[in-house]
Design a protein. Structure first.
Length: 172
């Protein structure tokens, strides 16, 4: 007879279930794995098609992007996020970090997508391909970033105002 711990299940059955749940959380279902492999294949195909003349540039871009993200950007935005959490967490308002995280993530995503045009690295190529000037991307990105943070600040202000209205007055 096996030892029984909690809820009448044998401990060996519970441990097998916990191992399975950990394995499924890490590995995922076969469909998830297939979709992940397909997304990598599609990204690789798109990269090769975009830079068909220079395959070494494609490899350099993928490796460089991975190294830049893992070694530089991830520690950087993890440190910034930790600072935001400490700033709001110290005041007991940890849930308010999303008012900084969301506009920062959206702004970073726009920067990532439009980086060559924002920094002016491909002005000539863009002008030749579209017939339009490439100036103004930096200003537009900064404007969009300012609007995202201003909108987030407005939503935070409305939330704080609502919380103070809903709170009963202090009586001493």
């Amino acid at each position: 007879m096996r030892a029984v711990r909690g809820r009448g299940r044998p401990s060996s059955v519970r441990s097998v279930r916990s191992v399975r749940s950990v394995r499924s959380a890490v590995v995922g279902s076969p469909l998830q794995l297939l979709l992940l492999v397909c997304s990598f294949a599609l990204a690789g195909h798109a990269g090769v098609r975009l830079l068909a003349d220079d395959r070494s540039a494609v490899v350099l871009w993928f490796v460089g992007a991975a190294l830049l993200h893992d070694l530089v950007l991830l520690p950087l935005y993890a440190a910034v996020d930790r600072g935001v959490v400490r700033a709001f967490g110290a005041a007991g308002r940890r849930e308010r970090t999303m008012y900084v995280r969301v506009p920062a993530a959206l702004s970073a995503l726009l920067l990532l997508v439009w980086f060559p045009l924002i920094t002016g690295q491909v002005d000539r190529r863009y002008r030749m391909a579209t017939g339009m000037p490439a100036d103004g991307f930096l200003g537009r990105w900064l404007l969009i970033t300012a609007v995202l943070f201003a909108g987030s600040a407005l939503l935070l202000l409305l939330r704080v105002r609502k919380e103070t209205k809903d709170r009963p007055p202090d009586v001493h």
